[in-house]
Write a protein that binds this ligand. Structure first.
Ligand SMILES: Nc1nc2c(c(=O)[nH]1)N[C@H]1C(S)=C(S)[C@@H](COP(=O)(O)O)O[C@H]1N2
Ligand SMILES: [Mo]
Length: 196
């Protein structure tokens, strides 16, 4: 006797076109953290961008005053789960970079707890990334990166750094935490840029 029914295995059903290759849909929202959940309060929270000329810093209220957007996006984890139609709220990186002058093309994203990940600036601008403070209509839970995380839904979810605290501009692309451990420098789920 089979434990997989036709409906669940997908046989006889169209594959959702929003599902990238090698991915499987989940209904719940898994927690994936490389370390413990840091205790980050919005009172002393700040977000900063370091460029070749200096540091720009926002408090929690200052960052949100740049303007939040509501977006519905799909997220794709390199461990093969995809969650569709997630509702998020956050400050678009476009609003942050309106205040930043830089000629650097790459970004190292830094989080409380020491996590880092590298992203090309082009993948953060043009309505593609947010500093998210809410998900599914609620303040972001600490285990999901609260009070704020990076959200870059077009790339595998390890690029969406939880407990984000700042960006450092780089002239050359350098590997972050998972990238040093074999994950792809770019991480496009549609071309399965999982590992190198
Ligand atoms: N700071 C930090 N951000 C992180 C991680 C982490 O370990 N630390 N894990 C990454 C990975 S591999 C994934 S899949 C997602 C998981 O986010 P979630 O726990 O909210 O599902 O966060 C990413 N961002
Ligand atoms: Mo992941």
């Amino acid at each position: 006797m089979s434990f997989i029914t036709r409906g669940f295995s997908g046989a006889g059903r169209e594959r959702d076109p929003r599902l990238p290759p090698g991915q499987t849909l989940v209904a719940d929202w898994p927690v994936l953290s490389a370390g413990p959940t840091p205790d980050v309060s919005t009172d002393d929270w700040s977000f900063s961008v370091r460029t070749e000329t200096g540091l720009t810093t926002w408090t929690w209220d200052e960052l949100l005053a740049l303007g939040v957007e509501d977006v519905t996006v799909d997220i794709h984890c390199v461990t093969h789960w995809t969650k569709l139609d997630m509702d998020w709220r956050g400050v678009p990186l476009d609003a942050i970079f309106e205040n930043i002058e830089t000629s650097a093309d790459y970004v190292m994203v830094h989080s409380h707890g020491g996590y880092t990940t590298n992203v090309a600036l082009d993948d953060l601008l043009g309505g593609k990334a947010w500093i998210a403070n809410e998900a599914e209509g609620e303040p972001l839970e600490p285990e999901h990166g609260g009070p704020a995380r990076l959200l870059v839904p077009a790339l595998y979810f390890w690029k969406s750094a939880k407990w984000v605290r700042g960006l450092v501009m780089m002239d050359d692309d350098e590997p972050g935490f998972w990238e040093q451990n074999g994950y792809h420098m770019h991480g496009d789920p549609w071309t399965e840029e999982r590992y190198w």
